[in-house]
Design a protein around this ligand. Structure first.
Ligand code: BTN
Length: 251
């Protein structure tokens, strides 16, 4: 069957066999249009995660997808964007029948207490567009124990969570691209408030006790504020936590 992408905002899709990182690839290029450019790769030799971690990227197993686009606004527009991207992916996965999808603030995608996907947002100031944003999404699809993933945080894959062994990565990529563009467009027009209901549906930290690195003791999560910052009750006082300031570990 023929794949059709519906968004008229999608300007280009490039599919590479090997690349250092799809995020790096799009960060190197100039933003030439006001729409979206997508880069997909079969393998990344230097796949990157948040906080300087590496993202395990074996050949033809998973989805490594980056999307470049322009965004105008101050720092708060970027805080909210992180959450909007997570909502786009979580909605897409659950619309396609994946059960038990959750978001761990700011935008990790977890299922059954294991990480299924992660998002890395990178930025460059650009006179014409405000920010050039590169949003990178890694989703484990067919990766198994034999693919050389070292120990670290527990992970899972679409194959493992769905119990199905056939997953068409092209089709999944198409669904994800559409959901991302649709959600980012919604975010541009209406801001994060229009996505907060979706966020709380998927929020796996709500009511959970967490440890905040760099903060003495821990607290209990209370959702997010209108800018997408995590709210944590620390000793009876609700405190606002910015992404990037702390890493959050459920106790
Ligand atoms: C994380 O959870 O730490 C974020 C992982 C992001 C991985 C994706 S794979 C496609 C894109 N290219 C990269 O080098 N990283 C992102």
């Amino acid at each position: 069957s023929r794949l059709q992408l519906h968004s008229d905002k999608l300007d280009s899709v490039c599919v590479l066999q090997d690349v250092d990182s799809t995020n790096s690839y799009l960060m190197r290029g100039d933003l030439l249009t006001s729409g979206y450019s997508v880069c997909l790769a079969e393998r990344q030799t230097l796949g990157r995660g948040r906080r300087g971690r590496t993202w395990h990227s074996p050949y033809a197993k998973n989805i490594y997808l980056s999307m470049a686009f322009g965004l105008s606004g101050g720092a708060e527009v970027l805080e909210g964007l992180s959450l909007a991207l997570g909502v786009a992916v979580a909605n897409c996965l659950s619309d396609q029948g994946i059960q038990g999808v959750g978001l761990k603030w700011p935008n990790d995608i977890w299922v059954d207490g294991k990480k299924l996907a992660g998002i890395l947002v990178e930025l460059k100031g650009e006179a014409e567009f405000g920010w050039k944003v590169v949003a990178g999404l890694g989703i484990n699809v067919l990766m198994s124990e034999n693919d050389g993933r070292g120990v670290g945080q527990p992970w899972t894959s679409l194959e493992l969570v769905s119990g199905k062994q056939t997953h068409d990565r092209s089709l999944w990529s198409a669904f994800l691209i559409e959901s991302l563009i649709e959600t980012i467009e919604r975010y541009r027009t209406n801001g994060l408030s229009s996505l907060l209901d979706d966020w709380s549906k998927f929020d796996i930290l709500a009511g959970k006790e967490v440890t905040l690195s760099g903060v003495e003791g821990g607290g209990v999560c209370h959702g997010v504020d209108s800018r997408g910052r995590l709210l944590v009750d620390i000793g009876g006082k609700v405190t606002v936590v910015n992404a990037g300031e702390v890493s959050v570990r459920p106790n």
